[in-house]
Ligand binder design. Sequence first.
Ligand code: ZN
Length: 242
Amino acid sequence: MRVLILSDIHANRTALEAVLHAAGQVDATWCLGDVVGYGPSPNECVALLKEQPNLVCLRGNHDAAAIGDLALDSFNPEARASLEWMRDLLDEATVKFLKSCPSHTSAEGFTLVHASPRQPMLEYLLDTHAAAENFDYFDTDHCFVGHTHVPVEFKMNPNTNRVSLHTLIPNTAYALKPRSIINPGSVGQPRDRDPRAAFAILDTGQGKWHHQRVEYDIPSVQKLMRAAHLPQRHVQRLETGW
Ligand code: ZN
C-alpha cells in the first residue's frame, strides 16, 4: 500500500497541488491536520483534499480555532489575525468537513495525531525528552505527527529504550524500524529553512517511507496573501522556510 502523508497544508493550495502532482498515484492519503490557517485558500484546500483516495484527515489546532472549537487567545496576535480573517471566509462545506475530523486516529496499524500522542492538539515535539515521554502514549510501532512544521524522526533504541533525533535528507527513503515518531514536515508553511513543500510517501509493503520535498510557485501564493491583507510575517516566511 502506497500512502501519501501530509501535514500543515495551511491553506496553501499551490503547495498542495505541487505535492499531489509529485506524489503521483497513491492508495490512500493521510492528512495530519492544520489544513487551514496562515494561507489564502482554505476552502480550495479542503475541496482538493476531499477528492483524494481513502482520505483520513485529522483536525489540527488551527482547524479547531477556525471553526470556533478552540479559543483564539491560545494563538499569537498574527496567527489570531489570520484565523479571524479565515473564520468569515470558510464556506459551509469546509466547516462541516473540519468538524467531522478527529484529533487523533489510527490507520493500517499506524497511529496518527496532529501534535503529539500525549496531547493530540497542542504539544510541540521538538526534542528527545518530550518525544521519549510520548512513546508511552501510543501502542503501535510508529506514530506520524505534524504541528512543528519541522521534518524529523525520533527513534527508540529497542535495547536501551533511549530516544534519538534524526534530521531528514530530502528525497531519501528510510526503513520503518525501530519504533519511531515521524514528522513529515509542512506542505504549506515549512519551518526548517527549506521553503519547499514537505511530505512523506509510506510504502507499507516494503516497510519504508520517503521524505520528499517539492518546489512550488511561492510568489503567486504571497501575492494572494498580500491581496487578502494577511500578516506580512506569514507572507515573508514562505520564501525563507522559517
Ligand atoms: Zn500548523
